[in-house]
Write a protein that binds this ligand. Structure first.
Ligand SMILES: *[C@@H]1O[C@H](CO)[C@@H](O)[C@H](O)[C@H]1NC(C)=O
Ligand SMILES: *[C@@H]1O[C@H](CO)[C@@H](O)[C@H](O)[C@H]1NC(C)=O
Length: 465
């Protein structure tokens, strides 16, 4: 061991001891696996198509296996599989190429527990969806990993026609082990969030649960009559579905700058019947999917007020703690820097901070600023471990952590992907399925320029390690 290595080693030991004594949770890298040396690369809407905050899910562990999806350099959709915890990855290529250089057009994976079918939804941005699903039990059988085990790619959700203006396909599993499909119809600033449910091999429409209707009036007096809800997640815990999100107004006049973001306010509502009826924090019924969706004028759903002048980001992340309380990450430019972000694409990298917004035991919402500049337009992902300590995976794979025992105030940087030399493009996405066992898989793509492909990686982190 060279002297420098020895000193580095001792430093790590000392830091680990200090962190353990102070009670701030750490993380350690278990493995960093190269999934593809040549992932497709282009930047659009400040993001890359292989790793986007709203993907649910690009990587998903199920039983003894883990699955990951990405587009390789040719634009072909690739699905990988490994045996957990550390088997080598094998890949198959679906007969579909990315239709356009748009970073919205991600691949989302879902698994229906009742029949072990792997569902794949991909390649849409206010356009028709592409969808396929596997033969039964492929998720658990370990049968040979070949594309012929997936059905024809269709523009419907299997048997269900969901129209031709689809964005943000996400799969979630209900407490009764039904697979659901969450998506947006319409367009940014004029869209509705929707829900469908997979029962006995068939998809059924549940309906829209948040609509574009209502009137928003900005502090300036400007009004907007159309919008869409951007969600930080649609998360089941116990018997409840939790949603936090932000509204994006259609009328740019509600923001102080035409290069700002018209996102405003953070809302929260929940459902105890798998997304049919919705309640605000006070426990008042405020919406019914299909017939009476939530809208911007719904009472009692704003849990953090913010006007459209602070470059508030949409579709960040959320999770639920062991006591059944919601924790979200939101990010924006705090008022101490400016009361009007002139351009979100430059203002966010310069000033934006992430905030931990969560419901305390007494029911009120607490917001705490995570004391680091995001240094990016991009979003952060929150995970809680089995003790409810918080881990926030920020752009460039920087991991900020805080302990529950401190009341989530002792934020420290537990891992710095830049210092570790990973050269991460920006946002990362997570597989939280093993978080209860103290493991989180993180998908990232290496930065590049123009359209030069770059490598796609999966890092396994041990939480608290
Ligand atoms: C609720 O609890 C939080 C955190 O424990 C505390 O900061 C806040 O003051 C409490 N609010 C009320 C109304 O008691
Ligand atoms: C992460 O590491 C980079 C490179 O060493 C450094 O410039 C940056 O300030 C670090 N970020 C944090 C939040 O510690």
């Amino acid at each position: 061991m060279s002297l420098i290595r020895l000193v580095q080693f001792l430093l790590v030991v000392v830091l680990t001891i200090v962190r353990t004594v102070c009670g701030v949770p750490g993380v350690s890298v278990v493995s960093n696996t190269l999934l593809d040396p040549q992932g497709i690369f282009f930047v659009s809407y400040d993001g890359v198509v292989n790793v986007n905050s709203f993907q649910q899910s690009a990587v998903i562990a199920f039983g003894n296996f883990q699955y990951a999806a990405w587009y390789t350099a040719s634009g072909t959709a690739v699905i990988g599989r490994r045996t957990l915890p550390s088997g080598s990855w094998t890949t198959l290529q679906l007969p579909h190429k990315l239709s356009t250089s748009d970073s919205h057009n991600v691949i989302s994976l879902g698994i229906s527990p009742s029949d072990g079918v792997i569902h794949v939804a991909l390649d849409c941005h206010s356009t028709q969806l592409y969808y396929t699903r596997s033969e039964a039990n492929l998720a658990t059988s370990g049968a040979s990993w070949v594309a012929s085990r997936f059905g024809t790619i269709t523009n419907n959700l299997g048997n269900l026609n969901i129209g031709s203006q689809i964005t943000y396909p996400q799969f979630v599993v209900t407490p009764s082990n039904l697979l659901q499909f969450v998506f947006r119809t319409g367009v940014s600033g004029n869209g509705a969030t929707q829900l469908a449910e997979y029962i006995s091999g068939a998809w059924n429409n549940v309906g829209s649960w948040a609509s574009a209707t209502g009137t928003y009036t900005a502090p300036s007096g400007a009004t907007s009559t159309l919008r869409n809800l951007y969600i930080h997640g649609f998360t089941y815990h116990g018997t409840r579905a939790y949603v936090t999100g932000t509204w994006r107004e259609q009328n740019g006049a509600v923001a102080c700058s035409s290069s700002g973001l018209t996102n405003h306010d953070t809302v929260y509502f929940y459902s105890d019947d798998s997304g049919r009826t919705w309640f605000n924090t006070a426990g008042t019924k405020v919406g019914t999917s299909g017939s009476s969706p939530i809208n911007v004028n719904t009472a009692g759903i704003i849990v953090d007020s913010l006007n459209a002048d602070h470059a508030l980001m949409n579709q960040e992340s959320q999770t639920v703690d062991s006591a059944g309380r919601i924790h979200s990450i939101i990010s924006y430019v705090p008022g101490r820097f400016t009361q009007c972000v002139p351009d979100y694409e430059t203002g966010r990298p310069q000033w934006a901070h992430a905030f931990h917004l969560y419901q305390a035991a007494n029911g009120s919402f607490i917001k705490f600023e995570i004391p680091y500049y995001i240094q990016s337009v991009g979003r952060s992902q929150i995970v809680l471990d089995s003790q409810d300590n918080a881990y926030v995976f920020m752009p460039f794979l920087r991991v900020a952590t805080a302990s529950k025992s401190s009341g989530y105030t002792d934020w420290a940087m537990a891992y710095n992907g830049t210092a570790a030399g990973l050269d991460v493009f920006g946002e990362v996405t997570l597989d939280r399925a093993r978080a209860g066992n103290g493991l989180v898989s993180v998908l990232y793509q290496v930065s590049s320029t123009g359209t030069t492909p770059s490598s796609v990686h999966l890092v396994d982190f041990k939480l608290g390690g």
